[in-house]
Design a protein around this ligand. Structure first.
Ligand code: NAD
Ligand code: DAU
Length: 354
């Protein structure tokens, strides 16, 4: 048995591959384009491990997909590959349409052709799990109930619109062609190996480097935070027991304003690695111009996945954030690889170079 993962050199996909290979013997074929967000250094502990087969490639490359599917005959596909950063989608939406929409379309078509050629038994057991986001539901007011699976799609950014489009394609491929799909819509993840363009790793690294900690607008926007290992366990659970055609919201029941998040990081750093001048890192907080179209509040109602599949997050925000800050303090070589740009050479030196 084999599982094919796309985008497995990114933040969540990388954590998923690491957790999978630490817990299970089943091999993973990992196709990742290695954009700026893909980092093979994350997976270096499994270099040379026959259970991890890495392929540098694009989910939009139909020829490559057909070849990989026919060679490896996976029993499931987990689709993490995407352009994922909202700010980048505002500056340059083209790549988001290309990967998140056109790429997902190519992956669905390749999967459909492969799935149709399987034996009845393999066809029945096969799963295509699409990893999506809570941002497809748009934004909430302070008094709205959290997003349930029944919420209307109201995406507001080029990123969330492209993810919403991909969710619709996945839904249609099930409804029209019978492809056995599962979709998860998750809230904001944080944890190890998070690329420092996103709020939590950016604030940790800027704080330690003595740089300003940028707070967009008034800092009162709310996100629901989930430790990445909890997201990975939710995906494994949905893959194992999710009902075909269903969508599952995944969240941490941890609504925080951005100011609360940044203050919590500063508090942990003050405790674990105090500034030499004894002043709190909070002094580095700087209010900057808001993100255009900035969604005010996301919150996830994760009761369906809890009731139907018995999944609950293991970490609270406090335990998960402490683990995350300690991880960044203890993994300076990964951090330096990313901040210096050296991680971009990893493929050449550690794979092609051999
Ligand atoms: P990421 O940006 O860290 O990683 C994305 C990975 O996909 C990278 O390794 C990149 O190289 C790869 N990739 C990009 N385009 C590709 C292509 N055309 N073909 C193959 N690989 C390609 O993203 P992430 O934060 O790990 O998010 C993973 C998935 O989870 C995304 O689909 C995202 O929408 C979704 N998601 C993320 C969060 C979050 O908080 N980070 C929350 C909910 C859902
Ligand atoms: O909700 C799930 C989504 O969470 C995922 O689908 C996305 O892939 C992921 O990037 C994330 O999107 P956000 O836009 O919520 O994450 P980001 O870390 O970019 O920002 C979190 C909040 O912090 C948001 O309200 C913007 C704010 N922010 C962000 C940065 C980078 C700041 O105030 N300052 C910053 O420097």
């Amino acid at each position: 048995m084999t599982v094919l993962v796309t985008g497995g050199a990114g933040f969540i996909g990388g954590n998923f591959v690491l957790d999978w290979l630490r817990q299970l013997d089943e091999p993973i074929v990992n196709i990742d384009k290695l954009t700026y967000a893909g980092n093979l250094q994350t997976l270096s502990v499994f270099e040379g491990d026959a259970r991890h087969h890495f392929v540098c490639g694009d989910i939009g490359d139909r020829v490559l997909l057909d070849k990989l599917l026919s060679e490896h005959q996976p029993r499931a596909i987990v689709n993490f590959a995407a352009e994922s950063h909202v700010d980048r989608s505002i500056h340059g939406p083209g790549e988001f349409i290309q990967t998140n929409v056109v790429g997902t379309f190519a992956l669905l078509e390749a999967t459909r052709a492969y799935w149709l050629g399987l034996s009845d038994q393999a066809k029945y057991a096969f799963r295509f799990l699409h990893v999506s986001t809570d941002e497809v539901y748009g934004t909430l007011t302070p008094d709205d109930p959290p997003f349930s699976e029944m919420n209307r799609y109201e995406p507001n950014s080029p990123y969330s619109a492209s993810k919403a489009a991909s969710d619709h394609l996945v839904r249609a491929w099930h409804h029209t062609y019978g492809l056995p799909v599962l979709t998860t819509n998750c809230s904001n993840n944080y944890g190890p190996y998070h690329f420092p363009e996103k709020l939590i790793p950016l604030v940790i690294l800027h704080a330690l480097a003595g740089k300003p900690l940028p707070i967009y607008g008034d800092g009162q926007q709310v996100r629901d935070w989930l430790y990445v290992k909890d997201h990975c366990s939710a995906i494994r659970r949905v893959l194992e027991a999710g009902a075909v055609g269903e969508t599952y919201n995944v969240g941490g029941w941890n609504e925080k304003t951005n100011l609360e998040v940044v203050m919590a990081i500063c508090g942990l750093l003050d405790e674990l690695k105090p500034r030499q001048d004894g002043v709190s890192y909070a002094q580095q907080m700087t209010y900057v111009q808001d993100r255009p179209g900035h969604d005010r509040r996301y919150a996830i109602d994760a009761s369906k996945i809890e009731q139907a599949l018995g999944w609950k997050p293991a970490e609270t925000f406090e335990t998960g954030l402490r683990k995350t800050v300690i991880w960044y303090l203890e993994n300076q070589s990964w951090v330096q690889g990313v901040t210096s740009g050296q991680y971009r050479q990893w493929l050449e030196t550690h794979y092609h170079g051999k």
